[in-house]
Design a protein around this ligand. Structure first.
Ligand code: NAD
Length: 497
């Protein structure tokens, strides 16, 4: 079989931006649409339903009806498992189509949509499917006169609001545990990347998941998103996005029905390299690879690289030489490592941070400019700043673009203090060949995930989430099942004979 011509496929691709409510595609109640342009070249992809309160309400009603009549929650765990496995199989079977939609929608390289986003989405759904007939409830060690059952029950209707950087994977991290435990879901994808969520919901219906169990309402955050988070009949919100909007989620819950809010928010992750780590080249290449992956649009990107002053020159030399290997290119080209930023707004934001870095005195050692402007798309050069101070804007705020800040330190205590001097606490890493130091520093770092001597190890079996203003929830692993279930205690009296 010859190589796929993704450019030809892109020209022929079809886009259906209608909502999916109660198992069927439909236009927004008010008939409104918004225009979705591709970040690759600015080309218009197709109209997307502009969901508002009425659409969200219809989706929540459908989800509630599905929950109330037990068409999904009432199935045995083994039956739900089977249908979710079929859903995962359908995702894999639609690999090319989903990967192309993801790339055209948000600009990531097609090779990674194919090798990371689609398989990871399918694996997440399959993993929760497989887990759900293997989790047991509890019996409490009470006196013999009673029996206390501690059981988990689905909550009801879960609202999921997700970002655009990994549209399918972020949705799957919520769908997997929420659906496996028997809930109904209303998903609001980002207005910047709506197509794959809509297609996923269609595949779920084709797999036999009953109508109403999984609904998708596209639309803007301040319209469809706000309506979902404020809805009185939504039991929990699984949110992934910025810390700014995460704050609003808590307000919406307070202003409505005190629904549970699980926030998975931003990051400014520290990557700490000590002078006792012998393989400086491996550490530097890992920093570049992890930071430039997905155009730097990763919540856990190692955007603050803390390097011991004695190896900093060598380290910076290597990352500066690595950066051009990630030069922005057309994401439809199968060899592209780094694609386009999601839209013009994100491009402006990232360029604003690059300008701030220059203005505040950081030294540009790679990139620093917009790229491929003639394409009509939104590209930035992989950029590395050296001699960054942890107080500078580029070290404090999440950039969400391909911009690395190298900060030098002298002592272990200083490195820990700098790493923890952030309002975020999503991820961190420590690089040291001294096992005592590696453990010591890993314990001291205030982050939900700490890596030692590597950065990108990842699996659905482990929790993912942040300390501090990076959020309060944990996606992935069996722990995520707790988020979408209520804990019930049932006391039974046992009479003596
Ligand atoms: P965002 O907060 O702007 O939007 C996220 C979602 O919220 C979108 O669907 C958006 O439409 C919606 N939204 C926006 N305003 C809203 C409102 N007022 N009411 C209800 N919904 C609203 O974030 P983004 O730009 O889409 O994504 C980037 C952010 O996501 C970054 O901060 C990144 O770190 C974070 N992120 C975190 C994780 C994690 O697991 N911690 C993973 C991926 C991305």
């Amino acid at each position: 079989m010859g190589a796929v011509d993704w450019f030809a496929r892109a020209r022929e691709a079809a886009f259906d931006g209608r909502a999916l409510i109660d198992g069927v595609r439909r236009d927004a109640a008010g008939g409104e649409t918004f225009v979705k342009a591709s970040p690759i070249d600015g080309r218009t992809l197709g109209p997307v339903a502009r969901g508002r309160e009425a659409d969200v309400d219809a989706a929540v009603k459908s989800a509630r009806a599905a929950f109330a009549d037990s068409r999904w929650a009432g199935k045995s765990p083994a039956s739900r498992k089977k249908l979710l496995q079929r859903f995962a199989d359908k995702i894999l079977a639609a690999r090319d189509e989903l990967a192309l939609l993801e790339t055209l929608d948000m600009g990531k390289p097609i090779q990674y949509s194919l090798s990371v986003d689609v398989p990871s989405t399918a694996r997440t759904i399959a993993w929760y499917a497989e887990s759900i007939d293997k989790v047991y409830d509890e019996i409490a060690p009470t006196p013999a006169s009673a029996l206390a059952l501690i059981t988990r029950e689905p909550m009801g209707v879960i609202g999921c609001i997700v970002p655009w950087n990994y549209p399918m994977i972020m949705a799957a991290w919520k769908l997997g545990p929420a659906l496996a435990t028997g809930n109904s879901v209303v998903l609001k994808p980002s207005e910047k990347s709506p197509y794959t969520a809509l297609r996923l919901a269609e595949l779920a219906v084709e797999a036999g998941i009953p109508p109403g169990v999984f609904n998708v309402v596209p639309g803007y955050g301040g319209e469809a998103g706000e309506a979902l988070a404020l809805h009185m009949d939504v039991d929990a919100i699984g949110f992934t996005g910025s810390t700014r909007v995460g704050r609003k989620m808590l307000e919406y819950a307070g202003r409505s029905n005190l629904k549970r809010v699980y926030n998975e928010l931003g990051g400014k992750s520290a990557f700490v390299v000590f002078d006792d780590f012998a393989n400086v080249e491996r550490a530097a290449k890992a920093a570049a690879g992890s930071l430039f992956f997905n155009q730097g649009e990763s919540c856990n990107a190692p955007s603050r690289v803390l390097v011991h002053e004695s190896i900093a020159e060598r380290f910076v030399e290597i990352v500066a030489a690595e950066a051009p290997k990630y030069a922005a290119a057309d994401p439809l080209d199968a060899g592209t490592e780094m694609g386009a930023l999601v839209d013009e707004g994100q491009l402006r934001t990232v360029m604003g941070y690059i300008e701030a870095g220059k203005r505040e005195g950081a030294r540009t050692v790679a990139g620093g400019s917009r790229a491929r402007e003639a394409s009509g798309g939104f590209y930035v050069e992989p950029t590395v700043f050296d001699r960054v101070d942890n107080g500078m804007t580029i070290a404090r705020e999440e950039i969400f673009g391909p911009v690395m800040s190298v900060i030098r330190f002298k002592t272990e205590a200083e490195a820990i203090a700098l790493a923890n001097a952030s309002s975020y606490g999503l991820q961190a890493s420590v690089w040291s060949d001294n096992v005592n130091r590696a453990h010591r520093v890993a314990r001291a770092l205030r982050a939900g995930t700490v890596h030692v001597n590597q950065y990108d190890e990842d699996d659905i079996t482990v929790p993912f989430g942040g300390y501090k203003q990076s959020g309060n929830g944990r996606d992935k692993s069996l722990h995520a099942l707790d988020k979408y279930t209520e804990l019930k205690t049932t006391w039974l009296r046992i009479e003596p004979e």
